[in-house]
Ligand binder design. Sequence first.
Ligand code: ATR
Length: 275
Amino acid sequence: MKKLFAVLGYPIGHSMSPIMLNDVLSYYEIDAHYHPFKVSPEELEIAIRGLKAIGISGFNVTIPHKSAIIPFLDSVDDLALSIGAVNTVVNDNGKLVGYNTDGYGFIKGLEPYISSFSDKKVLVIGAGGAARAIYFTMAKMKPLALDITNRTVIKATELIKACPFESNSRALSLDEAEVQLNEYDVVIQTTMIGMYPNVLETPISLKKLNNQALVCDIVYNPLETQFLKEARQKGATVQNGVEMFVYQGALAFEKWTGIFPDVKRMRENVLRQLE
Ligand code: ATR
């Protein structure tokens, strides 16, 4: 019988996941369909019950449901629980199990550049939901340093305190981060700053950026944010948000099918959708 996969969000119309994942489902000849469903926060619980009742094989959840879904699942893996957000659900013999592939998706996207973080100093910019997934997962990689800078410093301090994995971390103001920027090997921009239509905004000045650094932005619209443009002009290696998007989807696909898909194919598909 044809399997069903889905993504639940509100809104959901602009999700690139259906085209990206239906393509790899058919590429690997898996008899399944991945469908977007617009589900309001009020209807989330009933939607989850319905999906469970019809025996859905697995689904993604996106904004605004990533935290709200947790009480409606049968179990949640430890990392997702500590992050407090689920983006991928697997139907394991009738039990809905929640995972978070955002953080590992981000880190897998860095594999072409970084195999070990043990000698790397990392700076995370931002302290919202995306920062939390990336920071907690990155803490498991045990980098030499893992600092957070945020406009509201107390939120960075709280994020560090909330992380169950030990890490050498400091919370910095944006000004402090700018001054100390040359210390970092990896800089990760996790806020929506610079996203269309505010394309000229950047979170911090890159004046002191180390030109050997790897600078990442989770934004993919535009593909090159002003922040990445400035980093590239300083000679840094840059990576946009397409990689995290593609790899979080690839890891979800692997959890559902046991196949780690062709990420090059997925990336090309996403880039076509963004054209
Ligand atoms: P998400 O869950 O998508 O990561 P969020 O929880 O609203 O979003 O977090 C947004 C992040 O962007 C926060 O780190 C926020 O900083 P504050 O904690 O100080 O609010 C940051 N942010 C948003 N707009 C910003 C701006 N104009 N300048 C600096 N930081 C900004």
